[in-house]
Design a protein around this ligand. Structure first.
Ligand code: NAD
Length: 341
């Protein structure tokens, strides 16, 4: 069993789900359901959060099996951890990651948004590279079993060559819409070369940050010739869904929607697609991380993949501000956005 510690006991760590949820949407539930991980330590400076966690989740674990800490540093210095889940808010990612990267660990599961600037993310990635460990960024909707199965079917030519992927999701470019940015890459590829975008809104944020706008739309060009389009506002489809357009057919799907494949003008019977049953996305993500630690392939949403997604997110903002199409990698790596999701 791989030993996991969580930093930050908020919504995504523990509060979005309860112990009896079948498909828990939180780290604690995913670690508990994953057969290769055990939760051994948690850290939060809020005693209230620690005690809420203990009351809600404590009974779901063996007595005394989880150690509680008031700070990330205390936990990292006291525990022998394999995987650390960083579940604090975006503006705290960089400082917490500096502590995590000093610890003797094997993998990091970092919540989106990866960082508040490209420079922050570059530094984290270089730190992980120097240690030879992966960072996996949690674009959670990626790990729906039917979406992962579709990746294989598409690679095997289900709808011919992919030409266009349209993804639907508005909200903060880096904090929320980024889930769908990843989903567009999941089916369009992780080789973006240029981005143009339109955004709206902003608001007051603390110095020295700039506000995080909401995505209105974005166009992503890929090296492969595929075009990605993210529809932020007024899309007729629900969030976290995609239309995948190929040379021989189309697929409509999403995290919260089933799969509909049209080929040669006819509906494909889903029984022929061998779609897997539902499973919690966190359970699958943790299993991919431990499979990697056992010698398997890189987990999804690790290095080159989160780098591509993150470049797109920052390029959408850069494009909207400058009115230019942005060639990737973005030249401006210092723009500091208050991505507080
Ligand atoms: N993947 C998803 O679908 C999803 C959904 C919601 C949030 N998130 C992401 O998860 C992260 C956390 O968001 P949230 O809504 O759970 O936040 P939250 O405000 O509910 O919880 C954050 C917790 O971190 C604690 N904390 C802050 N700094 C700390 C430190 N240095 N050491 C220990 N604890 C510390 C706070 O006390 C708080 O309890 C964000 O990056 C957010 O974007 C992801």
């Amino acid at each position: 069993m791989y030993r996991v510690g969580i930093i930050g006991l908020g919504s995504i760590a523990a509060r979005y789900s309860k112990p009896d949820d079948a498909y828990p949407y939180c780290h604690t539930g995913g670690i508990r359901h994953c057969e290769t991980t055990e939760l051994v330590a948690v850290a939060d400076m809020s005693k209230e959060r620690q005690s809420e966690f203990q009351q809600t989740w404590g009974p779901g674990f063996a007595d005394g099996s989880i150690n509680y800490y008031d700070s990330d540093i205390q936990m990292l210095e006291s525990e022998d951890l394999d995987i650390v889940a960083v579940c604090v808010r975006g503006p705290h990612h960089f400082s917490v990651m500096q502590n995590v990267l000093k610890a003797d660990i094997k993998a990091i599961f970092l919540e989106k948004p990866a960082g508040c600037s490209l420079e922050e993310v570059d530094t984290m990635t270089a730190g992980a590279d120097a240690k030879g460990i992966p960072i996996v960024v949690d674009y959670t909707r990626h790990w729906a079993p039917h979406l992962i199965r579709l990746q294989t079917l598409i690679k095997d030519g289900l709808i011919g060559d992919i030409q266009t992927v349209i993804g639907y999701c508005g909200g903060g470019v880096l904090s929320f819409g980024i889930h769908t940015t990843d989903m567009i890459c999941q089916f369009g590829g992780y080789d973006p070369i240029s981005v143009s975008g339109i955004v709206s809104g902003g608001g007051d944020v603390p110095e020295p940050y700039e506000p995080e706008p909401a995505i209105v739309n974005a166009t992503i060009k890929y090296e492969s010739g595929i075009t990605g389009i993210q529809v932020g506002n007024h899309g007729v489809r629900g969030g976290f869904s995609v239309d995948i357009l190929g040379s021989e057919g189309t697929i409509q799907t999403g995290f919260y929607t089933s799969v509909s494949v049209q080929k040669d003008g006819k509906q494909v019977d889903n029984d022929t697609l061998d779609l897997p049953p539902n499973e919690g996305p966190f359970k699958i993500a943790y299993k991919q991380i431990t499979d990697y630690l056992d010698g398997g392939p890189m987990p999804h949403c690790s290095r080159d993949h989160y780098t591509a997604v993150n470049e797109i997110g920052f390029a959408v903002i850069e494009s909207a501000i400058t009115g230019q199409t942005i060639d990737l990698p973005c030249q401006n790596r210092k723009r500091l956005i208050y991505a507080n999701g």
